[in-house]
Design a protein around this ligand. Structure first.
Ligand code: 13P
Length: 335
């Protein structure tokens, strides 16, 4: 097996998943301000370091996605990538520079960051990163996502992936079809399948080694303003249908984003996906909010209470890890 495939397996095997702690400074400021904490480099580090020093890192977190600011920060005598590696966890880095208005279809977004990427990747590899993330976003309505958005974001994801593999790192390919809107789950299924298929068409055009890639998709959900809610079982089945129809068999691992689901919903849905999983794909998590929300709420009330914050994070990480193996239950959640 290739070195890249080994990295994927190290990140996602044995019920491990990914902690997405790569919020840009703007997003992290929103998250901190929402809980009345001032967004300074010190506070951003303090919260993240609290998670990285938690007991559950070793057992549940195979990879951490960092933001540019954090990968260059230090925790006592260690750099942050050294701290993460010391848990047996792989440090990763967000390398896109954000989703900007798509010229030609200004309601939609195109993710930027290809210019100078080869040189930035060299720097991140030297700092200890062994995998990367690039997030494309798509909206759903009767006319969106447009062909322009589907094609141009897939091309960017593929060019990014080829550059990342050239630099000896694993690309996370994240095409996020947003849950905002009043669309049905069936519409989400059709559009997400189209988006992912196009991504793999472009990855193949760019000679990307699919055994060294992690796909980070959304689950198949009705829009957050839809009146047609569906059960967790249906969400799991539609999500599996989508991935079976769109993801080539060579891809070793899929790590879902939580995308605005609550912590419990994201855990429950992942658990059912694994219960029904009749594919060879590892199905795990790459959660931001669904791993951190409870911890940040608690921490914000007393930022010196490291132990209490870690307890909440450990429980959440343990529940997600159980869900990644289809072993989660309501009883264990409430224990
Ligand atoms: P959420 O799980 O909060 O959606 O974040 C995952 C992520 O990394 C988005 O790019």
């Amino acid at each position: 097996m290739s070195e890249l495939n080994n990295i994927v397996l190290k990140i996602l095997s044995n019920g491990k998943g990914i902690l997405a702690a790569d919020e840009s400074t703007g997003t992290m400021t929103k998250r901190l301000n929402a809980v009345n904490v001032e967004s300074t480099p010190e506070n951003r580090l303090l919260f993240r370091e609290t998670l990285f020093l938690s007991e559950s890192m070793k057992k549940c977190i195979g990879g951490v996605i960092l933001y540019d600011e954090t990968i260059k920060q230090n925790s006592k005598s260690k750099t942050i990538p050294e701290l993460i590696s010391s848990c047996g966890t792989v440090p990763g880095i967000k390398v896109d520079t954000g989703a900007k208005i798509l010229a030609g279809s200004p309601d939609e977004k195109i993710t930027e960051g290809l210019d100078g990427l080869r040189e930035r990747l060299k720097v991140y590899h030297k700092l200890g990163a062994r995998f990367t993330k690039w997030r494309a976003v798509y909206i759903i309505s009767d006319k969106y996502p447009s062909k322009l958005s589907v094609d141009s974001n897939a091309q960017a994801l593929a060019r990014y992936s080829a550059l990342v593999q050239e630099s000896g790192m694993v690309p996370i390919v994240e095409p996020e079809v947003l849950m905002d809107g009043d669309h049905s789950a069936d519409e989400c299924l059709v559009k997400t399948t189209e988006v992912i298929k196009k991504c793999f068409e472009e990855l193949n055009n760019n000679n990307v080694d699919l055994t060294g890639v992690i796909l980070k998709p959304n689950m198949i959900l009705p829009g957050n303003r839809s009146s047609k809610k569906i059960s967790n079982e249906e969400i799991a089945k539609l999500t599996l249908k989508c991935l079976k129809d769109s993801v080539p068999k060579e891809v070793p691992g899929i790590a879902f984003l939580s995308g605005g689901q609550t912590e419990i919903e994201a855990t429950k849905n992942l658990n059912l996906i694994n219960k029904y999983n009749d594919t060879n794909f590892i199905m795990s998590y790459s959660y931001g909010r669904a791993l951190q929300q409870g911890a940040i709420n608690f921490w914000s009330k007393d930022i010196k209470n490291i132990e209490g914050t870690q307890k909440i994070f450990n429980h959440r990480a343990n529940m997600c890890s159980l869900a990644a193996q289809g072993k989660w239950s309501k009883e264990l959640e409430e224990k």
